[in-house]
Design a protein around this ligand. Structure first.
Ligand code: CO
Ligand code: ZN
Length: 332
């Protein structure tokens, strides 16, 4: 595995609808893959197609990340924002954001009582100080509609990887690794690996891509909540215990054929896996599954702590398991 590829994916700016730089990194990493045809659809999804004899398989990983959008700049140059995707608002306070053109600022909270205890925290009460003296100065730096994300950071410690936007740059990374290691002559499927756009605002890229491709089978690669933090929602997933094979999430019940084939592939090849049932959140698989008359669809997830915060945490062994599982699924 080339961990530097993941690092550069993490350091690339890409909130929903502004994924171009991320797609550029991916193109660079997959352009030498044997027999690959790379194209973008009108909506912006980046598709890597390797022609194979067999049913069509669409694998999806999303390129976008959650973030904010500037809604207002006040007379003193303070920035107000709205959310793009499902932000966990209380985690914003005190964080550094980076906006388009590299503008940075820390997030503060309107605090009339100076108590620093957030009662009914609303995003409208948060503001960013980008170091502007007044509105005019701020408007030279950003404008209404400018998007921002958590300032990237990336580090590994023991077997753990900690970074914002692992949702879902880790899925993009897995897609890149699979493309670079798969043997085109051994494909079970006509393979489409789609790096989708705008997942975080309603699985939109996957919807149009799946409609265009009309696959026979679908698999999404994304993060999912782990349940191994103190006093957290009881989810039967642990970091380092293997790739998660989805049974159900908020948006779908995985199709039996794909789920069972993934389980059998993991068992046969002695790949660590866990079964995923979560009651919040969904993935591109939700969109793929209900395309046209229906697509047999499942998902492989990377158990992740603190999703949609700057400290998203995963275990490298689960990533290795996911790559191996996908490869064995795809190849004869
Ligand atoms: Co997400
Ligand atoms: Zn995701």
């Amino acid at each position: 595995m080339n961990i530097n590829t993941l690092k550069s994916l993490i350091h690339t700016f890409g909130p929903s609808s502004k994924e171009d730089a991320v797609k550029k990194v991916i193109r660079q990493e997959i352009k030498k893959v044997n027999n690959v045809e790379i194209f973008e659809d009108k909506y912006g999804n980046l598709v890597a197609h390797i022609k194979g004899n067999g049913p069509k398989l669409m694998i999806a990983a999303h390129t976008d990340q959650i973030g904010v959008m500037v809604t207002n700049i006040d007379k003193n140059g303070f920035i107000r924002m709205g959310e793009v995707g499902g932000l966990r608002k209380s985690f914003l306070v005190g964080q550094k954001l980076v906006f388009e053109k590299g503008i940075e600022g820390f997030v503060y909270y309107e605090d009339k009582e100076s108590s620093w205890e957030f009662k009914d925290l609303k995003i409208e009460k948060l503001y960013v100080d980008v170091g502007a003296k007044n509105k005019k100065e701020a408007e030279k730096m950003l404008s209404i509609g400018t998007q921002g994300v958590y300032k990237p950071s990336f580090y590994t410690v023991n077997d753990r990887i900690i970074a914002p936007a692992l949702d879902d740059r880790i899925g993009c990374f897995i897609g890149i690794e699979v493309l670079n290691s798969v043997n085109p002559k051994k494909l079970n499927y006509d393979l489409y690996i789609v790096f989708t756009v705008q997942e975080e605002i309603g699985v939109k890229g996957a919807k149009v891509s799946s409609y265009e491709i009309t696959p026979d089978y679908g698999i999404a690669i994304d993060v999912t909540d782990s349940g191994d933090m103190p006093e957290t929602t009881p989810v039967a997933l642990n970091l380092g215990a293997g790739a998660a094979i989805k049974v159900m999430d908020r948006g779908m019940i995985a199709s039996k054929s794909v789920k069972e084939k993934l389980i059998n592939t993991a068992e046969k090849n002695k790949i660590d896996y866990q079964l995923e049932v979560i009651t919040a959140g969904t993935t591109d698989a939700y969109a793929i599954q209900i395309t046209k008359s229906g697509v047999e669809t499942g998902a492989i997830s990377i158990p992740t702590r603190y999703i949609h915060t700057p400290g998203e945490t995963i275990d490298i062994n689960d990533v290795k398991s996911a790559i191996k599982l996908l490869k064995k699924f795809i190849e004869k």
